[in-house]
Write a protein that binds this ligand. Structure first.
Ligand code: DON
Length: 307
């Protein structure tokens, strides 16, 4: 067994030491209402879930959903086709940067995990699924997360009311002709806000971690994505998953990962296990502060780094 109760407990204790570091995301007012003292680690090994801390507490998935959105896009298009609209290059600026979009090659978002990239992926999905788009996303998310999930109406509404930067990004992409002028802006944004507001707990995220680490099969052996899609997701998580912190994260933790401003972090590995953490206070890059430290500890103790 890789993740003993003892090592998970020690990692949680370490996370508790850093629990007051960082700050909860408040640019979406509803996110500022969370209990910032929650902390959790969940793992899946040999088909069983092991958790310590507040692993049943629900919070919004936020940017972690961008992995699921790109998986859905890959079900419809090859990566080479998607690359006409969104790159696969690491970002050097914050996840909602306007200047990075302005300066990027061909004016396309550098990768699908920054906001501009995920919004364009939703626009692509909207062209395929139209008004069913969010239902399709919710269904795929449920497969990744190991149970039927729903979204928070309050958080989605709060995202909509504070969506100034995301609106700037989508209008810039319209202005540059990256998105066609008949793009259903409001529908695309609403779908993106709802997707970010999907409610998860840390056990759900461990399930998602397991699926991506297990070449697309869930704990019951059901196919969620193909092995190649899982490989692409792991690659993008390694290079782009924690934004402009991805290099530091590679050194500290050494696992592909995706963070969200809700405080969750999903990792991926090649060892057919699941590992996810939660702590709402974030570092300046939008990654869970204690979450990164707990993963760093586990990586060092258990030799998890892939590098
Ligand atoms: O659009 C936003 O800003 C949020 N719904 C998602 C951002 C996010 O989670 C960035 N991740 N760390």
């Amino acid at each position: 067994m890789i993740y003993s109760e003892e090592v998970l407990g020690k990692a949680l204790n370490l996370g508790r030491k850093y629990i007051h570091e960082g700050a909860v995301a408040d640019y979406i007012p509803e996110l500022a209402k969370v209990d910032a003292n929650k902390l959790a680690i969940s793992t899946i090994e040999d088909g069983n879930i092991y958790s310590v801390g507040d692993s049943k507490v629900r919070y919004s998935i936020q940017s972690i959903v961008k992995v699921i959105l790109y998986a859905l896009a890959m079900e419809n298009y090859k990566v080479s086709e998607l690359k006409k609209y969104v790159g696969v290059r690491p970002s050097a600026k914050p996840f909602n940067s306007v200047i990075e979009l302005e300066l990027s090659e061909k004016k396309i978002p550098v990768n699908p995990f920054i906001n501009a990239g995920a919004i364009i992926i939703v626009a692509i999905l909207y062209n395929v699924y139209r008004e069913k788009t969010f239902d399709v996303i919710l269904e795929k998310a449920s497969q990744f997360l190991g149970e039927d999930v729903d979204y928070s109406r309050e958080i989605a509404q709060s995202e909509k009311e504070s969506s100034f930067t995301n609106r700037t990004l989508i209008y810039l992409m319209l202005a540059k002709g990256i998105l066609p002028s008949d793009t259903k802006v409001e529908e695309v944004l609403d779908t993106y806000f709802k997707a970010c507001s999907i409610l998860v707990n840390t056990e759900n995220l461990a399930h998602m971690s397991y699926v991506i680490s297990n070449n697309g099969l869930d704990i019951e052996g059901k196919k969620v994505i193909s092995p190649n899609e899982a490989r692409v997701l792991r690659s993008l998580m390694a290079t782009c998953g924690t934004y402009d912190y991805s290099g530091d994260f590679a050194i500290r933790v050494g696992l592909p990962a995706k963070s969200g401003v809700g405080g969750g972090i999903v990792t991926a590995s090649n060892n057919k296990t699941g590992l996810a953490v939660y702590a709402p206070r974030l570092d300046t890059h939008g990654n869970s502060y204690s979450g990164v430290r707990m993963l760093e500890y586990l990586s060092q103790e258990l030799d998890l780094s892939i590098y």
